[in-house]
Ligand binder design. Structure first.
Ligand code: ADP
Ligand code: MG
Ligand code: MG
Length: 250
């Protein structure tokens, strides 16, 4: 599904990612952990193709297609989903209407016709039932006055509706209470299938009590310095990151 080879990336001429290699297969959930400032969000943004980040070397392939020259929108159309850290408020546009537009724009870019209204309603019903999202929420104005948990619910709903091949969830350390964590975790667990893959980025092990990853990678100073199974997350919870830093320094 995703193959990253020798990825180097810079922000404002400062090298942040220094040779990342990562392979994610269909059906897998990978967790990326690491101390603050290690480059986790940079990696997410580079995969999504955000402009501020300059890829200086390496390759990013999605199902063998090179993403390098595609802009974020084109990558989204290829099936890459990145959760929004700071989503925009759009007063007067409901959660559902925003999704309808997003889906039809994606279909248009893929050369498909608009989704018939009946199918759209069915899709909305299916996904909102799966995620236990109530109707009242679906008619709310996008992100207007949303709590942390509601923002997460909206993101997971977007992910469910767009049915991406690769989802990247960058869970920043601040402001995620247990409810919000559960919403994210339940969503990821329910949307997991043999045809999609998920990368969950987190500073804390706590989220991984709810989402059980197949692989855990530790990013430090722009490199993956350690990879393992879910037990690595528990080890990090117990021992912190100092031993990782010491090992990396050798
Ligand atoms: P993490 O998500 O692991 O905390 P980031 O990817 O946010 O790490 O940051 C990695 C490094 O890149 C840090 O040293 C940070 O200061 C720097 N950095 C991130 N974003 C920017 C930016 N927009 N401009 C300049 N430096 C940045
Ligand atoms: Mg950070
Ligand atoms: Mg970050």
């Amino acid at each position: 599904m995703l193959k990253i080879k020798n990825l180097h990336a810079s922000i404002e001429d400062k090298e942040i990612l220094k040779g990342i290699n990562l392979e994610v297969k269909p059906g897998e959930v990978h967790a990326i952990m690491g101390p603050n400032g290690s480059g986790k969000s940079t990696l997410a943004n580079v995969i999504a193709g955000r402009e501020e980040y300059e890829m200086t070397d390496g390759e990013i392939l999605l199902n063998d297609k090179d993403l390098t020259d595609l802009d974020p929108e084109e990558r989204a159309h290829e099936g890459v989903f990145l959760s929004f850290q700071y989503p925009v408020e759009i007063p007067g546009v409901s959660v559902t209407n925003f999704m309808k537009t997003a889906i039809n724009e994606t279909r248009k870019a893929q050369g498909k016709e608009e989704m018939p209204a009946k199918d759209m309603l069915k899709l909305i019903r299916e996904k909102s039932e799966l995620l236990e999202i109530d109707r009242k929420f679906l008619s709310r104005s996008l992100n207007e006055g949303f709590s942390g948990g509601e923002k997460k619910r909206n993101e997971i709903f977007q992910m469910a509706m767009l049915e991406p091949k690769l989802s990247i969830l960058d869970e920043t350390d601040s402001g995620l209470d247990i409810d919000a964590l559960r919403i994210v975790a339940n969503g990821v667990n329910k949307l997991r299938s043999k045809d999609n893959a998920t990368i969950v980025i987190t500073h804390y092990q706590r989220l991984l009590d709810y989402i059980v990853p197949d692989f855990v990678h530790v990013l430090y100073q722009g490199r993956i310095v350690k990879s393992g199974g879910k037990e690595l997350a528990h080890e990090l919870e117990e021992r912190g990151y100092d031993w990782i830093k010491e090992e990396a320094a050798v």
